[in-house]
Design a protein around this ligand. Sequence first.
Ligand code: NAD
Length: 251
Amino acid sequence: MAGLVGLDGRSAIVTGAASGIGRAIARRLADEGMRVGLFDLDEAGAKETASGFASNASVHTVDISDYEAVERAVAACEDALGPTDALVNCAGWDHAAPFLETDPALWRKLVDVNLLGPTNLTRVVLAGMNERGHGRIVSIASDAGRVGSSGESVYAACKGGVIALTKSVAREVARTGITLNCVSPGPTDTPLFANFDASGKLGPALARAIPMRRLGQPEDYPGLVAFLLSDEAAFITGQTISVSGGLTMQG
Ligand SMILES: NC(=O)c1ccc[n+]([C@@H]2O[C@H](COP(=O)([O-])OP(=O)(O)OC[C@H]3O[C@@H](n4cnc5c(N)ncnc54)[C@H](O)[C@@H]3O)[C@@H](O)[C@H]2O)c1
């Protein structure tokens, strides 16, 4: 079967590649013939993700909220794999609490990881893409950022911020051949969701509310991400596409 046009032989960076959705995306991009830079705090997890395609992988232990560390990791990754054609901002972190029980220390951590992390990666990688006149950026947002979500107000604000950042930068670079889009998951069966749903009651309740009657799985996302990174999506930019079994249906 023919793969998607414009992925084979190109290089991608995937943040959050040690787990969940990022792991599934990294593996799919490698299956499409891409060289993949795996960025995560969890080195062992990232190495485990890369174990099936080690010769086309480069693992970088990095905190995406640290701009200088991101600059160093992108430079090291590009030394190993060549210029970055595609960036997938997938790393994220959440902590469940009603807004009135949260404080500035928690807000800062949420913003550092979920808003400034993708901003750092986008700023560093986009500079080279802009010089080369080609690039694809997909950020994993959240339906929390589109419709709101109880117990994760500041996380949702960050995801709304990522969507707005994506649209704004997409407008700035639209004539260069670089596109930026968001994929917006609904509740998905990963360690992040298990941590959010400590009681285990939220998952089944959400599954009943989702028109397709199940939570998302990491494998629900890589096909759309790969398409948006391909040449076949060259005329799509600044968009946010929900993948949530119909839980949210945006006009
Ligand atoms: N699981 C869900 O229900 C859900 C819903 C909507 C959106 N999302 C988003 O999907 C993305 C992937 O989440 P997941 O559910 O696969 O979670 P996950 O916990 O399985 O994976 C997240 C990865 O990000 C890494 N990470 C966290 N902070 C980091 C940092 N500062 N620097 C580098 N790496 C860091 C973690 O080590 C982990 O490997 C996130 O952006 C998340 O917000 C998830």
